[in-house]
Design a protein around this ligand. Structure first.
Ligand code: COA
Length: 135
């Protein structure tokens, strides 16, 4: 059974392995845990059979006007079961009273977000690839 939680009670870095699939220089599970701690909010999907985190989403926000969603990922073996959809719905619910909730995504992922009511946009960004591991 998959359950969802928005706190790190009884969550350790050992439960955060396997994420950042395909990233050339991914953050370690320890850094991943730090990212969650310092986020304004996050939601984790947990496989109750293994105790492992199998999906997560986080947000940074001023809690007045805007929130930004930097990361969303579901482990490959858990994809296409509605977990990603549930994570997005839950984080949007947290910020439903704010004016703007933004994220950047690839063109291929736009249909996933459109199904959830998000609207296509054009974005700009800076990436310091030598800082990808956040170390
Ligand atoms: C994108 C991602 C989070 C989706 O998670 P998921 O748990 O597989 O998604 P769901 O099972 O909730 O999918 C819900 C719907 O979106 C569709 N969908 C899922 N991933 C999709 C994708 N990448 N592109 C288009 N549609 C997608 C599903 O087919 C499903 O449609 P349906 O309800 O009509 O069958 C997951 O594929 C992932 O972690 N990808 C790698 C990281 C990534 O790209 N993150 C997004 C960064 S912006």
């Amino acid at each position: 059974m998959i359950t969802y939680k928005d706190n790190l009670k009884e969550i350790f870095e050992t439960q955060l392995s396997g994420f950042f699939v395909g990233w050339p220089d991914p953050p370690t599970p320890k850094t991943h845990l730090e990212i969650l701690k310092k986020s304004s909010s996050f939601v984790l999907a947990i496989d109750e059979d293994t105790g492992c985190v199998v999906g997560f989403i986080n947000a940074v926000s001023d809690n007045i006007m805007s929130a930004y969603i930097p990361l969303l990922e579901v482990l490959p073996e858990y994809q296409k079961r509605g977990i990603g959809q549930e994570l997005v719905k839950k984080i949007i619910k947290i910020y439903e009273n704010l004016y703007m909730i933004d994220l950047c995504c690839d063109k291929e992922t736009q249909p996933f977000y459109e199904k959830l009511g998000l609207v296509k946009s054009t974005g700009m960004f800076v990436r310091n690839f030598d800082k990808q591991a956040c170390e």
